[in-house]
Design a protein around this ligand. Structure first.
Ligand code: SF4
Ligand code: SF4
Length: 183
């Protein structure tokens, strides 16, 4: 563990500080700590609500191309199966950038290859015509606070509230990986 701690000794970012704090708490308690953070992050979500802006129906970004999603769906991935059933690829990147400029303020498209999709079912009033029977992926959204969230999303506050805990989870995962590498 001291070897790992040394790697972060001279790094001054907040993330490096978190790594050091987590390393000190670490020992054999990693699993308990992961569970505790995960529960804290998930329970914080209940304070926030969907404000029915329709943004997640009109624009969903993922690093997965249509072929990637089809392969995943063929292998039985439930998320990919539902996603490919409802979401279609936007072909023209410039058009969607003009339509949803706010969204692109939050997404760094220069660093990551992303594909953008939309669901045709959403109404002009931003509602799902089959809300009670909407797909599970729509019911769950956002399933994870590290999802890319539109600015108008009612769960944006959840993402901001749990940011520090997400960094803690990331730090613990990195510590576990470093430990494995040093074995
Ligand atoms: S199925 Fe309904 S909730 Fe899901 S993306 Fe389409 S319109 Fe939105
Ligand atoms: S982007 Fe967020 S607030 Fe808007 S419809 Fe989707 S879940 Fe609801």
């Amino acid at each position: 563990m001291t070897d790992i701690l040394n790697k972060f000794e001279n790094i001054k970012t907040r993330y490096a500080e978190i790594m050091k704090e987590e390393l000190k708490l670490f020992d054999d308690k990693a699993e308990d700590r992961i569970l505790e953070l995960r529960n804290k992050i998930l329970s914080a979500k209940s304070k926030y609500k969907c404000v029915k802006c329709g943004a997640c129906c009109k624009l969903a970004a993922t690093p997965n191309s249509p072929d990637d999603l089809k392969n995943l769906a063929d292998k039985g991935d439930k998320f990919a199966q539902e996603f490919t059933k409802y979401f279609k690829l936007y072909e023209d990147f410039d058009t969607i950038k003009d339509l949803y400029p706010d969204y692109f303020d939050t997404v760094d498209v220069t660093n990551e290859k992303l594909y953008f999709y939309h669901c045709d079912l959403v109404t002009d009033a931003n509602l799902c015509p089959n809300y009670d029977d909407r797909p599970q992926i729509c019911k769950d959204f956002p399933e994870n606070p590290i999802d890319i969230l539109p600015i108008s999303c009612g769960f944006k506050g959840w993402q901001e509230e749990v940011l520090e805990d997400i960094l803690r989870l990331k730090a613990i995962t990195e510590i576990l990986n470093l430990e494995k590498e040093s074995e």
